[in-house]
Design a protein around this ligand. Structure first.
Ligand SMILES: Nc1ncnc2c1ncn2[C@@H]1O[C@H](COP(=O)(O)OP(=O)(O)OP(=O)(O)O)[C@@H](O)[C@H]1O
Ligand SMILES: [Mg+2]
Length: 904
């Protein structure tokens, strides 16, 4: 016996169609796509597609919930049980598939409720749970079923369509979702409305939609008008027009799909996205929804139901997912039955309430409510709430409440920022894998972060086994692809690696969809990215040299060994941020790379000898070149009335930036790892509010780098970089998103000649790895060699950008895009200029142009398409970027081509 109103679906998700019985359809009870294994049953030679097949390209559009609802109405009537065969006969007679005719109309069966009654049919069908009567608020239900509600009667049927009881003299107009009543000695709770009444061939607003505000258009109802059927026969056809380019009709199942997943031979109904959603979807989002639908329905591969939506940041993965879930919760291709009853959406804690907000924004609370698990809203409570189909939960909460969650039957799992499942041994992945949910959608803007093993883990999570075992994958794909990206690889290795990358791409592209930000360019204001190379101030140079000397002599220092590389890197990064950070109690406190031991004291001691300038109190801004630049940039930006996001990977650096704000008398918001998840959305909302007093947002890239919308700001500074380009890309994408009205400037600050520049170059190499799978033409180098490590620990003068030098670019730094004659790589460059790929492919460790050419694998990079600004930085562009006041500290700048022409 089950507690709570979450009865299992023995007959697929929602069981037998209302009103059907064993005679009306084949008796197999396992027709649900997502929750039961299919029972193979040879279909008759006739196509069961008795309703309206969508055109394969989805061009024909029926914006109608009515067709599905009316079909349900038809099915429930005993005298319409024979309708599928009849329709088949008709179809055979006509010798055609009922796809749109030349006049752009579609034919669908008339709503049966209208048959024989031209004006009114008031029958409604509710999905219900039933059990013994009891006065308990949270009672134990015994089964699922349907309740057919007439004018004064209500008939309760179980999942098999067997009548369990009838009630007469019922005040049916009071019944709505959530109501409880007694029928035939059983207590019944109405969950949701499957089919509404039909009046004059139009489905009138359901109980749910009648709750809609009076002023709001009934936009989930068909916007196309139904025309009267010519004949009032059971199977007369209704034509209605398909005008309107907003409509989105999802693909119909193939015959194979029907064979596998429709053993009961339910009529195939068209699944269209409700128009209130389809009209707000951008073209790429329509494509995305269709793609996800095909994947989770097993239409692309009947063995696998997973998908990765890997669109770049800000493309609206949330809206696409919400559209998918809403549609699956309401509809399905077989008998019109919803495919999903309950959905689980897992996200980072900072985004749980954002998901709720987005659900409310796009669907409205009157259509759907969601349940966000937190300290107050317990998982067990959700299990009892039959009317709330969506659970939103953070990864952390999921782990804490796993036992309760595993008791609930979910039909689809969505993992937002799913790249965190890049290791299938971590506890989150292990637990999520234990949930028996076949349909899995993983959302990520950055599918590959470090290596192909991580990519494998993501793929294997959504579609277990599709790429074989981890070992097989390593042998077949990873090793050859990695080998082909080594600078000294042979021709054969090269060819094999390219082949395997291609194969991997083709094997995964049917369930991974990735679009770049280029697709939203036209909807957003201009975005300009600026890589700013800043000259370190003398104290920073001295400290860098001291740290590197210490490293050179590491044999004489305690705790030497591999681990000390990481420690020195952290120290160098902190020196670049501000020398004061080395005075912090624990030098390595919040560096994720830190794995240091006792030797840090020795390094700290060494560095302290060089820096005594920080005694607490005000920040010595002039001890950090980057901080000085930020201060001047802030003055410029705030003077224009714009707001700014400052991002760092170090909480100590955020403290420093907070002190700077205090000193400047600026109000700021801050989100870092210590911000309670319950407060995060409120903080973001406060900042984004039009009249917010907060002009600066201090953001920890680790705690809040993903998913957030910070469109209240139009400038963002990435104060320090991560080894992982994906993390930086995530953080830098927070302000250039829908809702942004101003031109956006994104500054990446690098202290030149230091480890920061090396990390940047390393990133350019790693970024290419993503391309290796998404775009097999890309090639990149993956691992750091010993030489590269040594290169990392070389401090250059700090007077010029080594990145620009490594391009061998002879431009005059006047701010123009280099012309072919500016580089000695002109032969290669020509090819590269045709290349509109996003990622740069600078190869770290390349010492000279000669070396690179000998390897024959230098790919000229995107930086040749950027503006090159060198000293003396006096032109208007520098002024516009707000950096003129900081020009004494600048060594070089790359400025991206504007993403779009400025909006009118
Ligand atoms: N079609 C649309 N019309 C208007 N606004 C939209 C549309 N699609 C998405 N948005 C808005 O764009 C913003 C970004 O969308 P969303 O957060 O879903 O991006 P994302 O793809 O998940 O990015 P990330 O990878 O950074 O999480 C949100 O505020 C969302 O409401
Ligand atoms: Mg997102």
């Amino acid at each position: 016996m089950r507690r709570s109103a979450a009865p299992s679906s023995r007959h697929g998700l929602l069981g037998r169609p209302p009103g059907t019985n064993e005679n009306s359809f084949p008796s197999s009870s396992k027709s649900n796509i997502l929750s039961s294994s299919p029972v193979l049953q040879k279909p008759s030679s006739t196509n069961y597609q008795t309703s309206v097949p969508a055109s394969s390209n989805g061009a024909l559009a029926i914006r109608s919930t009515a067709s599905v609802l009316s079909l349900l109405g038809q099915l429930k009537r005993p005298n319409s049980q024979a309708s599928p065969p009849d329709q088949e006969t008709r179809q055979e007679k006509c010798g055609e598939q009922r796809i749109g005719n030349n006049a752009g109309t579609l034919e669908v069966p008339a709503p049966s409720s209208s048959v024989g009654n031209d004006s009114v049919s008031t029958k409604r069908i509710f999905r219900v749970v039933w059990g013994k009567p009891s006065s308990k608020k949270h009672k134990t239900w015994e089964g699922d079923g349907t309740l057919e509600v007439g004018e004064k009667t209500a008939t309760l049927m179980d999942e098999e369509g067997k009548v369990l009881g009838r009630a007469t003299q019922v005040k049916t107009d009071l019944l709505e979702e959530g109501s409880r009543m007694k029928v035939g000695g059983k207590e019944v709770e109405l969950i949701d409305l499957l089919s509404g009444p039909v009046i004059n061939n139009e489905v009138v607003p359901t109980t749910t939609s009648s709750k809609r505000a009076a002023s709001e258009p009934a936009d989930d109802l068909p916007s196309t008008s139904w025309k009267k059927p010519k004949k009032k026969t059971t199977h007369s056809l209704v034509k209605f027009t398909t005008e309107g380019c907003d409509a989105l009709v999802l693909p119909s199942p193939s015959n194979d799909h029907q064979w596998t997943f429709n053993p009961r031979k339910l009529p195939v109904t068209q699944v269209a996205v409700d128009s209130f959603l389809s009209r707000v979807l951008r073209p790429h989002q329509k494509e995305g929804v269709t793609f996800l639908y095909e994947c989770v329905m097993g239409m692309k591969n009947s063995q696998y139901f997973g998908s990765i939506l890997a669109d770049e940041m800000g493309l609206g993965k949330t809206l696409q997912t919400i559209t998918l879930l809403w549609t699956l919760l309401r509809k399905g291709p077989y008998g019109g039955y919803p495919v999903v009853r309950r959905a689980l959406v897992v996200s980072p804690s900072s985004l749980v309430l954002n998901w709720q907000k987005e659900f409310d924004r796009w669907l409205g609370k009157h259509r759907l409510r969601t349940f966000a698990v937190d300290q107050k809203n317990k998982v067990t409570e959700f299990a009892r709430l039959t009317q709330i189909p969506i659970m939103l939960i953070s990864y952390e909460m999921l782990m804490r409440n796993f036992d309760d969650i595993s008791q609930i039957k979910f039909d689809i799992l969505v993992c937002d920022e799913g790249h965190r499942l890049k290791n299938n041994n971590i506890r989150t992945s292990v637990l999520l894998n234990q949930l028996e949910i076949k349909a899995r959608v993983l959302l990520t803007g950055t599918p590959i972060q470090n290596d192909l093993q991580e990519f494998y883990a993501l793929v294997d999570f959504v579609n277990p086994g599709i790429l074989g075992s981890a070992q097989e994958f390593r042998k077949k794909f990873e090793e050859p692809i990695v080998a082909s990206r080594q600078p000294n690889c042979t021709n054969d290795e090269q060819v094999l690696g390219d082949e395997r990358a291609l194969e991997l791409n083709s094997r995964t592209s049917c369930f991974i969809l990735r679009r770049t930000q280029a697709v939203i360019n036209q909807y957003l204001p201009t975005k300009t990215e600026i890589v700013v190379f800043i000259k370190p101030v003398p104290i920073q140079r001295n400290l860098c040299r001291a740290a590197l000397d210490w490293w050179e002599n590491r044999d004489r220092n305690p705790g030497s060994g591999d681990v000390c590389h990481l420690g020195v890197m952290t120290a160098l990064k902190k020196i670049c941020n501000h020398p004061a950070l080395i005075k912090c109690e624990n030098l390595f406190e919040d560096d994720p790379d830190d794995d240091t031991g006792s030797y840090q004291e020795s390094l700290l001691q060494e560095l302290s000898n060089f820096y005594n300038g920080y005694e607490g109190g005000n920040v010595a801004v002039h001890h950090s070149a980057k901080l000085t630049v930020v201060r001047r940039l802030m003055e410029h930006t705030l003077g224009l009335g714009e707001r700014m996001v400052l991002v760092s990977y170090f909480t100590q650096t955020l403290d420093l930036l907070a002190s700077l704000c205090d000193e400047m008398g600026l109000r700021y918001c801050r989100l870092d790892g210590s911000t309670p998840s319950t407060q995060r959305t409120a903080i973001v909302d406060e900042f984004n509010a039009t009249y917010s007093q907060s002009v600066i947002f201090l953001l920890s890239a680790r705690a809040g780098g993903v998913g957030l919308n910070l469109v209240g700001a139009s400038r963002l500074v990435l104060f320090d970089s991560d080894w992982n380009p994906a993390s930086d890309a995530q953080a830098m994408s927070r302000i250039w998103r829908d809702g942004q009205r101003k031109s956006v400037y994104i500054y990446r600050l690098l202290t030149c000649g230091t480890i920061e520049e090396k990390i940047f170059q390393r990133q350019l190499s790693k970024a290419g790895l993503s391309g290796a799978v998404v775009d097999p033409q890309k090639r990149s180098k993956i691992k750091l060699s010993k030489e590269e490590l040594k290169d990392l620990f070389t401090f250059h003068s700090g007077e010029e950008s080594i990145t620009h030098c490594s391009l061998n670019c002879n431009c005059d730094g006047s701010g123009s895009v280099p012309s072919p004659g500016d580089s000695s790589f002109s032969d290669d460059k020509e090819n590269e200029l045709d290349d509109d790929e996003r990622d740069c492919q600078l190869r770290l460790g390349s010492k000279s142009k000669h070396d690179q050419n000998e390897q024959g694998d230098l790919r000229m990079n995107q930086l040749f398409q950027w503006q090159h600004h060198g000293p003396p930085f006096v032109n208007n562009a520098v002024q516009l970027l707000g950096l003129l006041q900081a020009s004494d500290l600048l060594a070089f700048m790359f400025v991206s081509p504007p993403s779009t022409e400025p909006h009118a």
